[in-house]
Structures are given as structure tokens and as C-alpha cells.
Design a protein around this ligand. Structure first.
Ligand code: HEM
Length: 434
């Protein structure tokens, strides 16, 4: 069978396409319907190939030698060129190995008690508040605190200082990368400098000889002695950029999945009722000796609900690659040098079954129907490094809240989702505890 040429929308400047991309939640879906599972368009001057479906995505992930990582220019500059997100080949692999130590099973065990304490603090706050609480905002501070406290070992004061600069930095991530004084991008570059200074200072506090016998035990001590692609110790400047990446990659995404999980359960009481017997059967807090108590086999319903939330509202709507050589995806030829966006959100609603637009967690436990391949954490050589930590946080927060509280939505709030950078309820998800 001969391959097909790449279908294109014919956009020239890409201005209207870019406006539609940010405003229209069905941007990709509508174009997939017109052009098939692989098409090209232009977003503000940037040619971009969108792909969906198992065949095209599977083909892409199986040709890792022909593609490399890619990020929009604003993200590249704000993350920095030492960041593993902006590296490829042996440089990238070496840093993944070093940073991956922060998410080993042993590391997660160490982080778990602190995460449980943070969940219980939120439960207390919800129980004691006389006013409605915006749960989505609390999920943001929780997800940030998990990384800042367990990984970086920061105290409350330093965490707050970092958080403020981090919010300034995040706001310009997907902006025009022009650093005219006063613009969001210029402010973000200044915040980046301060953040890196803070992170380098933190690394110097931990020091090269710190280990698990010190009083400063946190994830960072696991990074000491990490080697680069030439088997030389990673410099602090390099490590600081990897830590900045972790804050970026791990915070908005996890906060979004937590908010969307709670929103879904509050909007679908029959799903909450279906889940409740399983939650009731799980211990809270999990015993010290059983810190992995909520893994998939022991909580299949919770896992199905989380999977369904990630399917319908993936925290990362799409991830990118750039072709180094010409490749073929689902029978369509893609030239070298093209940026590809894997459209996760559109892919997840496309496949066998006619109810893929509905929230129905039970589908993931139904052995009789073919299961979609879902990739909320990406795939191949760049698959999310923090997946295990994110899953742990979501399960602990899910069980901790559902087991200890009965939450109610405040009426007349806007529960629709703002989609960029990650889905979040527009009202902030106002709740009260009964
Ligand atoms: C629900 C939460 C999360 C979701 C849905 C998510 C999703 C993703 C996705 C889709 C990618 C791109 C993968 C690819 O290009 O194939 C990614 C990359 C990454 N994620 Fe996550 N992530 C989450 C949480 C976290 C956390 C908690 C951390 C760490 C604290 C983290 C660290 C990273 C890093 C470092 C990368 C870059 C990997 C590389 O380029 O090699 N993520 N994540």
C-alpha cells in the first residue's frame, strides 16, 4: 500500500488557527474529522502536525531514533537549555537516570508520611471552615508543597517565597517570548533567575556529602553524586534547572487531575456511591509498613475513576516531538524537521464504543470490551518521570478526603473547565464539608 501525503489545512499565517486553538476545545477534533488522524496546520507561524489514535501514536513512539523532544520557544527559554526537557540523546538519558532516583519506590516510601500529613491538614481546614473553600486552589498549593517539601525539603517560609515566583514564572510559559520590560515574559525571566538562585542555594545547603544520616533528609540527597553523559558529576547549575523542571512538570498537572477528580465525583453522585464501599474498606492512614496500600490491585474502582478522569480531562492535552528524519505515521508521510503534537485529549474520545464522551469509570473494569490505550503520562523515552509520585499523591488525596469528609458543592458556581494550561474548574470548585 502506498503512503499518503500529509493533509494540510492550508493555513498561511496561522493567526486564526492559533486563536481557534486556544478558544475552541474541539479545535483538533474538528480537523481530525475533516482530514483524518494525521494533519498539518500552522499556529502563529509554527507548522504543526497533529496526530491521534493508537496506530499513529504507536508508530511515533516506536521510532524514537527519528524524533527528538520539542517545546515552544517560551517554554524552552523559561526552562533553560540545561534542562533535560531541552536535551536529547545521551545528555537526556543521563539526566533522566539521575532525576529518576527521586521517584524510586524507596523515595516514595520516604515521602508518604509527609503527604499524609498534608492531606490531613486539608481535611482539618475543610472541617473547620465556616466559609466555602475553593478546592482547586488548595489542590494547587498541595501539589506544589509535595514537591517543595518532600523533594526539595523546604520549610514553610521558603516554600511560600518560591511559590510566589513560581506563579509569575508559570504565567508566561505559553506566551510570546519577547522580553520587553513590563511584559509577562520579562517578569518570568526575572522570576526564573531568583528561582534558580534559590534552588542552587538549597543544593549547596544539602552539600555533596549529605546522605540519609543527616537531619536534612529529603529527595535532594538522592541526587548527590549524579553523573552526566561523560560520567562526570552534574554541576549545581545543571541540577538546579532539573529541579525547576520538576516544579513545572509536577505541579499544575497533578493539581489539575486532583481538581478534576473531585469535580467529577461531586457531579456524579452515583459514581461516588459505587466507589464508597471500596474506599470504606481501605485503611486511613495507611500503616507505616503498608505505605503502598492503595495500589491498583487493592483499589480497582478508585483506579478506574482516576483513569476515567485522566481520559476525559487529561492534565496534559498533548505532548510534542520533532522529526529528525522523514517518518511515516498511520500511512502518512511526515518530512524531517516537522513538529508533531500528540493530541491526547482528542485521541481519548476516539475509538471503539459510542459513549466515549460520557464519564463511565466502569468501562475500565469491563473485560468484555476492548480497552483503549490511554497515555496521560506520554510514552517512549520521554515518558513522564514523575508518574509514580503523581499517582501516589492522587490516591492518597482521594482516599484521605473521601474517607474523612462528606463534601458538597456550593450552588450556582461555574463548573465548566478552563482548559489551558491544564483543565481546572473556572469557579475554583467551591465546596463545604457537611
Ligand atoms: C497527573 C500528573 C501528571 C501528568 C498527567 C503528567 C504528564 C506528563 C506528560 C504527558 C509528559 C510528556 C511525556 C512525553 O513527552 O512523552 C510528562 C513529562 C514529564 N513529567 Fe509529568 N505528569 C504529571 C506529573 C508529574 C510529576 C509529579 C512530576 C515530577 C515531580 C513530573 C515530571 C515530569 C518530567 C521531568 C517530564 C519530562 C520527561 C522528559 O522529557 O524526559 N510529572 N509528564
Amino acid at each position: 500500500m502506498t503512503n499518503r501525503p500529509l493533509p494540510t489545512t492550508g493555513a498561511t499565517t496561522g493567526l486564526l488557527e492559533a486563536i481557534s486553538f486556544f478558544r475552541n476545545p474541539d479545535f483538533a477534533l474538528e480537523r481530525f474529522q475533516s482530514y483524518g488522524d494525521v494533519f498539518e496546520t500552522r499556529l502563529l507561524g509554527q507548522e504543526m502536525v497533529f496526530i491521534r489514535g493508537d496506530e499513529a501514536i504507536g508508530n511515533l513512539l516506536n521510532q524514537s531514533d527519528s524524533v527528538e523532544g520539542w517545546w515552544p520557544e517560551s517554554v524552552r527559554q523559561l526552562l533553560g537549555m540545561k534542562s533535560l526537557a531541552n536535551r536529547n540523546g545521551p545528555d537526556h538519558k543521563a539526566r533522566r537516570r539521575v532525576v529518576g532516583q527521586l521517584f524510586s519506590r524507596a523515595a516514595l516510601r520516604e515521602y508518604t508520611p509527609a503527604i499524609i500529613t498534608m492531606v490531613n491538614d486539608l481535611v482539618d481546614e475543610l472541617n473547620n471552615s465556616q466559609q466555602p473553600i475553593a478546592l482547586a486552589h488548595r489542590m494547587r498549593s498541595f501539589a506544589f508543597a509535595v514537591i517543595a517539601k518532600t523533594v526539595l525539603g523546604l520549610d514553610d517560609h521558603n516554600r511560600e517565597v518560591l511559590f510566589k515566583d513560581f506563579e509569575i514564572w508559570t504565567q508566561a510559559l505559553f506566551s510570546l517570548p519577547i522580553a520587553i520590560p513590563g511584559t509577562a515574559f520579562a517578569k518570568a525571566l526575572a522570576a526564573r533567575k531568583r528561582l534558580l538562585l534559590h534552588l542552587r542555594h538549597r543544593l549547596s545547603e544539602i552539600g555533596p556529602v549529605a546522605g540519609h544520616n543527616t537531619t536534612q533528609v529529603c529527595g535532594l540527597s538522592r541526587l548527590c553524586g549524579g553523573l552526566d553523559e561523560h560520567r562526570q558529576p552534574l554541576e549545581d547549575d545543571d541540577l538546579a534547572e532539573q529541579l525547576l523542571l520538576l516544579l513545572f512538570a509536577g505541579y499544575e498537572t497533578t493539581a489539575s487531575s486532583l481538581s478534576c477528580l473531585m469535580r467529577a465525583l461531586l457531579l456524579e453522585p452515583e459514581v461516588s456511591d459505587w466507589l464508597k464501599p471500596e474506599i470504606d474498606s481501605l485503611p486511613w492512614p495507611p500503616a507505616e509498613s503498608d505505605l503502598m496500600a492503595f495500589e491498583t490491585e487493592r483499589s480497582p474502582r478508585l483506579n478506574a475513576v482516576i483513569t476515567e478522569v485522566m481520559r476525559l480531562t487529561p492534565p496534559v492535552g498533548g505532548f510534542f516531538r520533532r522529526t529528525r528524519h522523514a517518518i511515516t505515521l498511520a500511512g502518512v508521510d511526515i518530512p524531517a524537521g516537522r513538529v508533531i503534537q500528540v493530541a491526547l485529549a482528542a485521541s481519548n474520545r476516539h475509538g471503539p464504543g459510542d459513549d466515549l464522551g460520557c464519564f463511565r469509570p466502569q468501562r475500565h473494569l469491563d473485560k468484555a470490551t476492548p480497552q483503549q490505550i490511554l497515555r496521560p503520562f506520554g510514552g517512549g523515552e520521554r515518558v513522564c518521570l514523575g508518574q509514580a509520585l503523581a499517582e501516589l499523591e492522587i490516591r492518597l488525596m482521594g482516599v484521605g478526603l473521601l474517607k474523612q469528609l462528606r463534601l458538597r458543592l456550593v450552588p450556582d458556581q461555574d463548573l465548566s473547565l478552563r482548559m489551558v494550561p491544564s483543565p481546572v474548574p473556572r469557579s475554583g470548585l467551591l465546596v463545604v464539608a457537611d
